[in-house]
Design a protein around this ligand. Structure first.
Ligand SMILES: O=C(O)[C@H]1O[C@H](OP(=O)(O)OP(=O)(O)OC[C@H]2O[C@@H](n3ccc(=O)[nH]c3=O)[C@H](O)[C@@H]2O)[C@H](O)[C@@H](O)[C@H]1O
Length: 518
């Protein structure tokens, strides 16, 4: 080249096709060779990126890049750099270039294209998430349906069969807490005389659930179906009343135990308050409304010192949360009686004991410990006074429960509306013969033919009361209630059952043996 002015290359959008002439030039000349070596080694001049280098090499080259004079080369370099900067950085005001406009519009187009792609992806992801969630809820509801211990045609068939009445004028009774101690015995008694019975129990683990399952197996063998469910489950309750027009509800499901309330107060609120309300809600909405008989407790007398305890005595000084929830139950049932015309009968049980009993109670745990040679803790009251209870045998309690059902008047409401005043009753169901705790231990020792290792300690301040003693005049007059089993006889039957059930000195043991003992 002569070194004259080189015409400025037309500013146009760089072609993506690499200019072959320039490639050739790079190959031919040393300076270009150096440049190529740098490029090949990944080192680009001016600290620009490989992309920028691509833009640079894509520019239309001068005829011979290596042979131009320094000034021209500088000018060209500036032009190229200007173009590169334009490509790389946002536009500068005043620089109007059609190519740049095209480039921008293309970028915008790409931008919009990518925005709409992103939008489509977002839509796709939303749709995918929604499908996943609805599938998940379908799976949840399906598994709930299939896993649920209640529901379905077969289940309803079992409910109806169990509720079938087999005597003229018989009842169909929903027994809550049917796999519990009192619940099992009452269910069996009702079934035996031809009433229809459907049980409900949540089989909680307050004490060994295997004992509850064994009771359920016993009930099943006598034709009583027990639904596994919680009284707080309003849907289940509504379904039960939908399937069977129960004439009566024997409500025995509860969180029992006086001293356990210190450990787990919420369970008392859950079962004895919330559960009771859920049950009464279902009862008041049912058509026909059933008559409700339910388990209150001698513990409502609390710190009452007037003996024997009468229904008219004050019950506003509970000594435990258990007692407070039972007392609340008496008020709550009164409300449903008053507003909705529900017939309600509350039974104040006095320390019920017997075969198939509760392992948390003293007579039961003492028996276990004595047989295992372990010490028992016997509480003693102030001034070394022995504690005493009006221990009441299960068969007597069952008679009181059945008599309460028999004498219960119908509820007066329909469809949740009261039609007139309804029956509201409270009865003591006790034995009227209190026995001290050391005397109870003596009777057990006699029946077990073993000596207890007694550890006598002062009664802890955890809700216990020093004594209970029932006045049963009202129950006797209105229910014909008359307890006939003393502690000696009752414990003898209990011990016999215990030894059979737990396999002591028996060949059969277990459920079969214990079922025979009933
Ligand atoms: O009538 C009721 O309303 C309640 O009766 C029952 O409560 P309680 O009368 O307290 O029976 P229970 O525990 O057998 O204790 C009996 C005696 O043994 C003493 N006792 C107890 C345990 C122990 O380890 N040592 C001991 O001396 C203890 O101090 C007490 O003096 C039901 O559990 C309860 O659910 C409720 O129904």
């Amino acid at each position: 080249m002569d070194g004259g002015a080189i015409p400025r290359p037309p500013i146009k959008r760089a072609s993506l096709a690499i200019d072959r002439r320039r490639v050739n030039c790079h190959r031919r000349t040393p300076c270009c060779k150096r440049s190529r070596e740098k490029k090949d080694s990944g080192h680009f001049p001016l600290g620009i990126s490989s992309n920028t280098q691509f833009a640079f090499t894509a520019l239309p080259p001068p005829p011979s890049f290596c042979s131009i004079d320094r000034k021209t080369a500088e000018t060209m370099k500036k032009e190229m750099m200007g173009l590169m900067e334009d490509e790389l950085f946002p536009s500068t005001p005043g620089k109007v270039k059609i190519e740049r406009t095209h480039a921008i519009s293309r970028q915008l187009h790409q931008c919009f294209a990518s925005t709409s792609t992103m939008f489509l992806w977002a839509l796709f992801l939303i749709a995918l998430t929604a499908s996943y969630l609805s599938f998940q809820s379908f799976v949840d509801s399906s598994s709930r349906y299939f896993d649920a211990s209640w529901g379905g045609m077969q289940w309803e068939k079992q409910i109806r069969a169990s509720a079938t009445v087999r005597r003229p004028g018989g009842f169909s009774v929903l027994v809550t807490g049917a796999a519990g101690f009192v619940g099992t015995h009452v269910s069996l008694a009702l079934r035996k005389r031809g009433d229809g019975v459907v049980g409900l129990d949540n089989f909680n683990s307050y004490y060994d659930p295997s004992l509850k399952k064994a009771r359920m197996a016993l009930l099943d063998s006598r034709g009583v179906f027990v639904v596994e469910g919680d009284i707080n489950d309003a849907r289940l309750l509504a379904k039960l009343f939908d399937v069977v027009p129960f004439t009566h509800v024997m409500h025995l499901a509860a969180q029992a135990g006086v001293r356990y309330a210190i450990e787990n107060p919420a369970s008392y609120v859950h079962s004895n308050i919330a559960g009771l309300v859920a049950l009464l809600e279902a009862c008041k909405s049912a058509d026909p409304q059933p008559a409700v008989v339910w388990a209150s407790s001698s513990s409502v007398y609390g710190l009452n010192e007037k003996v024997p305890f009468s229904e008219s005595d004050r019950t506003d000084r509970p000594a435990s949360l258990y007692a407070a929830t039972k007392k609340a139950g008496e008020e709550i049932t009164h409300t449903y009686n008053h507003i909705y015309g529900l017939s309600t009968t509350g039974l104040r049980f006095f320390t019920v004991y017997g075969p198939w009993g509760r392992p948390d109670m003293a007579y039961f745990s003492f028996t276990r410990n004595i047989l295992q040679g372990k010490p028992i803790t016997v509480y003693r009251g102030k001034d070394r006074v022995d504690l005493a209870r009006d221990f009441t045998y299960i068969d007597d309690i069952v008679k009181g429960c059945v008599a309460s059902l028999d004498t219960a008047e119908k509820s007066t409401g329909t469809g949740g509306r009261k039609r007139g005043p309804a029956q509201y009753r409270i009865y003591n169901l006790g034995n009227t013969s209190p026995v001290t705790v050391p005397a109870l231990v003596g009777v057990l020792e006699h029946h077990l033919k073993m000596k207890a290792k007694r550890n006598v300690v002062e009664m802890p301040g955890n809700g216990d009361v020093p004594f209970t003693h029932a006045n049963i005049s009202l129950a006797r007059a209105e229910l014909g209630y008359k307890p006939t089993t003393n502690l000696e006889t009752g414990l003898k039957r209990f011990v016999r059952w215990y030894l059979l059930y737990y396999g002591y000195n028996t060949r059969s043991g277990g459920l079969a043996g214990s079922a025979k003992s009933l």
